[in-house]
Design a protein around this ligand. Structure first.
Ligand SMILES: [Zn+2]
Ligand SMILES: [Zn+2]
Length: 115
């Protein structure tokens, strides 16, 4: 299995797209860093790595560069990631506009799945 993966990451506050880096710890995928620089308008990282299993946030994660949110959600509408403040009940995807209640878990304590 790949040990690193990158996914598009959308900030709900500044609406920019950045790149989230994940590392597989052997147990789960952990979000380690989100690039400080946004991708150019309309830019996206090519391809998509199938990431299965549990998801979490690495201990040293500094938060979303756009707004400082400490965790993230997986959008059920477009399948990409967005920043999320733990405890927030609703999420509006900055990528596809999907708005829904944050529900369920992405099989881990911190990463939430949005239906
Ligand atoms: Zn953000
Ligand atoms: Zn979405």
């Amino acid at each position: 299995m790949a040990e690193s993966a990158w996914l598009n990451f959308h900030c709900e506050t500044d609406k920019r797209t950045r790149v989230a880096a994940f590392q597989h710890t052997g147990k789960e995928w952990q979000l380690t860093e989100v690039s400080a620089e946004p991708l150019p308008e309309g830019g996206a990282i090519p391809g998509r790595v199938a990431m299965n299993g549990q998801f979490g946030v690495a201990r040293g994660y500094a938060g979303c560069p756009g707004c400082g949110a400490g965790s993230y959600v997986h959008c059920g509408g477009c399948g990409e990631l967005g920043c999320w403040r733990p405890g927030a009940k609703h999420y509006t995807c900055a990528n596809c506009g999907n708005r829904s209640r944050v529900a369920g878990r992405m099989s881990s304590a911190d990463a939430m799945d949005v239906a």
